[in-house]
Design a protein around this ligand. Structure first.
Ligand SMILES: Cc1cc2nc3c(=O)[nH]c(=O)nc-3n(C[C@H](O)[C@H](O)[C@H](O)COP(=O)(O)O)c2cc1C
Length: 196
């Protein structure tokens, strides 16, 4: 298995350090309690005015619904993501209940997904988020109401073997993870006092 744990400059929580986005998923399915636990983590995420402007539709591998979601992915994602245990369509509600725009809806959806991802990691699972899909097709084929926008599809499951992937993807799976240094995006006091 590739060594993907983040090489941090300072200590961070082990669950955060060990999270990464694989393409190889094992054939193991998830039990209902595990799935419910991830969505409960999303539920308890903070949101602006507690509007909770998110919704999710998930499907389990081996079902027709899963194949429909899988069919909405770009080919480059479908190649590997259709082996995940579940696929989850993540949806944003961009309007407040009074009809005015909710400027923080997407921020809040992202945060709910982050909570879900953390819970998945705590349960020994991996999540790979994808923007590479056809939102219009997903909404039409899943009967999504017009007040919701499809933002991402998440592939979730147990880690698989890199050797299960096509050769071109094995290289990506084994590649070292990298990030900008904290000093590139954190300032102290005022801009541009980069932290060192
Ligand atoms: C909003 C969003 C969209 C993404 N879309 C895709 C995608 O379509 N295909 C893909 O392979 N990875 C996708 N990713 C995964 C990123 O490429 C990945 O998170 C990033 O390279 C960092 O790698 P890590 O998650 O392993 O740390 C997406 C991630 C996010 C948050």
């Amino acid at each position: 298995m590739p060594e993907k744990t983040a090489r941090t400059d300072h200590p961070i929580h082990a669950i955060l350090a060990s999270r990464w986005s694989p393409r190889a998923f094992s054939s193991q399915l998830l039990d209902n309690e595990t799935i419910a636990s991830m969505f409960d983590a999303a539920r308890w995420s903070p949101s602006a005015n507690n509007l909770q402007p998110w919704a999710f539709v998930y499907a389990v591998r081996g079902t027709q619904d899963f194949d429909v979601l899988c069919g909405c992915l770009k080919e480059s994602n479908a190649l590997w993501a259709c082996n995940a245990a579940i696929l989850v369509l993540a949806l944003e509600r961009p309007s407040k209940p009074d009809g005015s725009p909710n400027a923080h809806a997407r921020y809040d959806l992202g945060q709910a997904v982050a909570h879900m991802t953390f819970q998945a990691s705590a349960l020994g699972l991996h999540v790979h988020q994808m923007a590479g899909f056809d939102p219009a097709r997903a909404c039409a084929s899943l009967g999504i109401p017009a007040d919701l926008l499809a933002v991402t599809i998440l592939a979730i499951g147990h880690l698989g073997e890199p050797s299960s992937l096509p050769a071109t993807l094995q290289e990506k799976e084994l590649a070292t993870r990298s990030r900008n240094p904290v000093s590139a995006f954190v300032h102290t006091g005022r801009w541009p006092n980069h932290v060192v």
